[in-house]
Write a protein that binds this ligand. Structure first.
Ligand code: ADP
Length: 274
């Protein structure tokens, strides 16, 4: 429609320029569509627990002379409130990783500390499911970046590994240094023996709010924002996150980040005060 009309008007200027203009318009529209979808998704995701809370509170009032029913409804209200809290927290995390310059407070961050923090975050859930967590190869590795954002990224990967795995399985976290043309990279791989991800879903799981099985994700308190946060953090640190998975066998999510030393060698640190 509009893009075509514009291209017809400027056609005499040369096809290169026209192509650029049309691409620009398409990109602007794509961004606008993504923003609209996002707001619609957020509204929907907020409405679900708020609606449930409202119904449950009515049920509590109606059941005021039945203490057992009150307790049952109150328990479900607790679950919905937790879901709401998780969602709001993840929205805050997402907006933070999208808006803050991660390299503003960048520093060398010890990988073993990131791993310990991520394991701590899931210790309770892993314990309940008797999932064993094991880490190796992380000693003496340092990545360059924003500690809080990196912790959120790795924490999300380990949390997912625990969430999408059956009881009595193992989650492994392995670190290693890999030589790369632009400077050494640090690889942190999180491997689980969980449900796995089909090829058709692999490309989409990093999108905001995408869930393979929304019911299952909600049951574990999932928001569909975790991997979008991980992807954003990886990219803004000059790294990447990739996934290998086999349905029914398990998955490995690999985070690749610039090594602290190699970044400092390329971009000398300048003190603001001096
Ligand atoms: P959620 O909050 O639903 O976990 P994420 O963005 O973290 O959202 O993940 C998106 C979807 O990718 C999940 O809903 C789940 O279907 C799938 N997924 C993520 N990690 C794993 C994993 N380790 N094993 C199997 N499926 C996973």
């Amino acid at each position: 429609g509009e893009a075509l009309a514009v291209s017809a008007r400027v056609a005499p200027l040369g096809s290169r320029l026209v192509l650029l203009l049309v691409e620009d318009l398409t990109e602007a529209r794509r961004i606008e569509a993504v923003r609209r979808d996002f707001v619609a998704n957020v509204s929907h995701e907020l409405k679900t627990p708020v609606g449930a809370l409202s119904l449950l509170s009515e049920a509590v009032m109606d059941a005021s002379d039945d203490p057992e029913a009150v307790e049952r409804f109150a328990g479900r209200m607790q679950i919905e409130a937790t879901r709401l809290t998780n969602l709001v927290q993840e929205l805050i995390d997402l907006s933070r990783v999208q808006n803050d310059d991660p390299l503003e407070d960048a520093e060398p961050v010890r990988v073993d500390e990131l791993v310990a923090e991520a394991i701590d975050r899931c210790r309770h859930q892993a314990g309940t499911k008797q999932i064993t967590m094991a880490a190796g190869g992380t000693a003496d590795l340092h990545v360059w970046g924003n500690r809080g954002q990196l912790a959120a990224a790795l924490g999300n990967l380990v949390e997912n590994a625990v969430n999408y795995s059956p009881a009595r399985t193992r989650v492994g976290i392995a670190g290693r240094r890999v030589a790369a043309p632009g400077g050494d990279l640090i690889e942190i791989a999180v491997t689980d023996q969980g449900i796995g991800i089909s090829d058709k879903d692999k490309d989409r799981i990093f999108e905001r709010f995408y869930r393979v099985d929304p019911a299952r994700s909600r049951a574990t308190g999932g928001t569909g924002l975790g991997l979008a946060i991980v992807k954003h953090v990886a990219a803004s640190h000059g790294g990447e996150v990739t996934v290998w998975s086999s349905e029914g066998q398990g998955s490995t999510f690999t985070l690749r980040l610039p090594e602290a030393g190699s970044v400092r060698d390329r971009k000398p640190y300048t003190s603001g005060a001096a």
